[in-house]
Design a protein around this ligand. Structure first.
Ligand SMILES: [Zn+2]
Ligand SMILES: [Zn+2]
Length: 603
């Protein structure tokens, strides 16, 4: 790969890549929302404004807690200071996440050529029909590098090895059978099992790509989506048994709360890269001499990033305290406090001292996976009329969502809410909380001489709470106590992140009533119950990370593949009480899909 060095004239903020420029103010109420900071050096001094200076100041990161912060742009209009991000990194991560959707078509396979991997139908004037091969398939000439190639559309490779075992293995994988027992029951060795997982993964992704392309093209028109977004952590055991350490990965998922369809579950791990090769290339490109967002490989954890990050982690664990019993408001405040203490407010994936660099593939800085995920969703939801995002309270998720959907937020087609749920309640406490909700609703009902539905009563109460909302935290977010309607979310606070003051209180109360993370959290719970390798949630306590869990995965690539496979199983193969799969409810399937149709699917 040819890479220009970072020395010389560095842009003020990273330049736009493929139409992406994420370096702008993320405050929806600010005039600078969506207005990118200039990449050029700006005039200074008196009259600079008149000489066309933009309304940002760039800082290389201020000092606090004896550490230098990440480079940021400071919005001169609202004082918000979003950390600078590499558009190249966002683009690479979005491309990685979206790659399964690409239709396999011939393209120049010369990695040094500018037409590399650009399909023959995607571009005019890049290729010419050349001749035909002996077998009769057409041959193309690349006009850039003058090499020829033929159409050899790569169909998913057939797995000839014990094909009758594939459905058996699939069913055991998604039904909590441990890997070792799958081998025993099926009479296969571990290598064959891994080959089968690879095969099943290829098949499920080819299958789901065909369906989900209908969203990209707008063939399946959708009016509205109520989407929940959350993260799930997974520990991966280190492969070197002498040095039993673990790496913690984060998976970000988005689900439709109405149909339960899961649109993606993405791990911050790129299996295609060789750490040694990237490390050398990064050194040559001067990545260690420039600030993170200006690096060629800004997206990736390089070996040298680990030591300072581990030091930061130690500071973070001091700030973090177990305050679950102090209530939901305390936990919201605590989340803000932790975010502010980071050197980069959007970056949450600090390795603990016991975590390590993966041996194979590369760990992606988690906030780039967040950006990649939301830019992927942006394409997926291009033809959806209205979008309501219910987000876990995480600055990185907020920034990525507002960056990707900025124009649709301004067009008032997209709204985003933080949702915070008290997850520390016991079953008794949950029941008591639900009884209190009931009592409040009943009390209000008695104020009216005629019948009003529970939903309307609950919304009237939420409306009252909306009128009493007050700002909380460093960004003055307005949190509202929202009466819950489901036992799994007994105590809930919601904050409208895209508040333009243009919804009346009734409309806002109705939206807040719908605000919930249940769509994605139910999927996460199913993952823990159904995938033996991923059954254990990492503990947040600092010393338990050293415990070696026999069943944890050894290879993050397998983790990512199992998450993909399970998503397809969940969306297309498992019916709910209504005898429907999530895909049927959404409109991407007419009936429950048969497993054999997935395993024999031909693109
Ligand atoms: Zn601003
Ligand atoms: Zn070429």
């Amino acid at each position: 790969m040819s890479v220009s060095t970072n020395s010389g004239s560095k842009p003020r903020v990273p330049v736009e890549v493929e139409g992406m420029q994420v370096n702008f103010c993320k405050n929806p109420n600010c005039m600078n929302f969506g207005v990118p900071a200039s990449t050029e050096k700006q005039p200074r001094g008196p009259g600079a404004q008149a000489r066309g200076r933009d309304s940002y100041r760039v800082t290389s990161g201020s000092y606090s807690n004896n550490r230098q912060g990440a480079p940021a742009i400071i919005c001169l209009k609202c004082k918000e200071a979003p950390p600078i991000k590499s558009n190249q990194g966002v683009y690479e991560e979005k491309t990685r996440i979206s790659s399964y959707l690409k239709v396999a078509e011939p393209s120049c396979q010369n990695p040094n050529c500018s037409n590399f991997d650009i399909g023959v139908s995607e571009s005019k004037g890049k290729y010419r029909r050349h001749s035909t091969t002996a077998a009769g398939s057409p041959r193309f000439l690349c006009l850039a590098c003058k090499k020829t190639f033929s159409i050899n559309v790569s169909k998913p490779a057939k797995n000839h090895l014990l094909p009758h075992k594939n459905s058996e293995v699939f069913s055991m994988l998604v039904n909590a059978v441990p890997m070792r027992r799958i081998c025993k029951i099926s009479g296969i060795n571990q290598k064959t099992l891994y080959d089968k997982i690879r095969f099943i993964h290829r098949q499920t992704m080819a299958f789901v790509a065909r369906r989900e392309r209908r969203l990209l093209t707008g063939e399946l028109p959708l009016d509205k989506l109520y989407l929940s977004v959350d993260r799930q952590d997974h520990m991966v055991n280190w492969t070197n048994r002498k040095d039993k350490r673990q790496t913690q990965f984060h998976a970000l998922g988005t689900a439709d709360n109405v149909s339960s369809y899961v649109f993606g579950i993405h791990l911050n791990y790129d299996p295609s890269l060789d750490p040694g090769m990237i490390g050398r290339d990064a050194r040559e490109a001067g990545d260690h001499d420039v600030k993170a967002p200006f690096r060629r490989y800004a997206r990736l954890w390089l070996q040298a990033d680990y030591a300072p990050a581990i030091a930061e982690k130690a500071i973070m664990s001091e700030i973090r305290q177990d305050g679950g019993h102090l209530g939901l408001q305390h936990s919201i405040n605590q989340t803000y406090k932790e975010a502010l203490a980071r050197t980069d407010v959007e970056s949450f994936d600090l390795p603990a001292e016991y975590t390590r660099f993966p041996t194979k593939g590369m760990q992606v800085h988690a906030e780039y996976t967040l950006y990649g995920h939301f830019f992927f969703l942006r394409d997926m939801f291009k033809h959806v009329g209205k979008l309501r995002f219910f987000l876990d309270q995480e600055s990185g998720i907020r920034a990525a969502c507002l960056a990707a959907f900025q124009d649709r937020v301004v067009a008032r087609e997209c709204d985003a809410f933080y949702v915070s749920i008290n997850k520390t309640m016991t079953n008794d406490q949950k029941q008591r909380a639900m009884r209190e909700v009931r009592a409040q609703v009943d009390k209000l009902a008695r104020e009216y001489p005629y019948d009003i539905s529970d939903t309307s009563l609950r919304r009237m109460l939420i409306e009252r709470a909306v009128q009493m909302k007050k700002p909380v935290g460093p960004w003055k977010d307005m949190w509202v106590d929202v009466l819950s309607r489901i036992k799994s979310e007994p105590e809930k606070k919601v904050c409208h992140l895209t508040d333009f003051n243009d919804y009346d209180d009734g409309h806002l109360a109705a939206l807040m009533d719908k605000a919930s993370l249940h769509g994605i959290d139910r999927f996460f719970a199913q993952i823990r119950n159904s995938l033996s390798l991923l059954s254990r949630a990492p503990s947040s306590a600092s010393n338990t990370g050293r415990i070696w869990y026999q069943r944890n995965a050894y290879n993050p690539e397998i983790v990512a593949m199992l998450l993909d496979i399970y998503r397809v199983n969940y969306n297309y193969l498992e019916v709910g009480d209504d005898k429907k799969t999530p895909a049927m409810r959404l409109g991407l399937a007419r009936s429950k899909v048969r497993l054999t149709d997935v395993l024999t699917f031909e693109a």
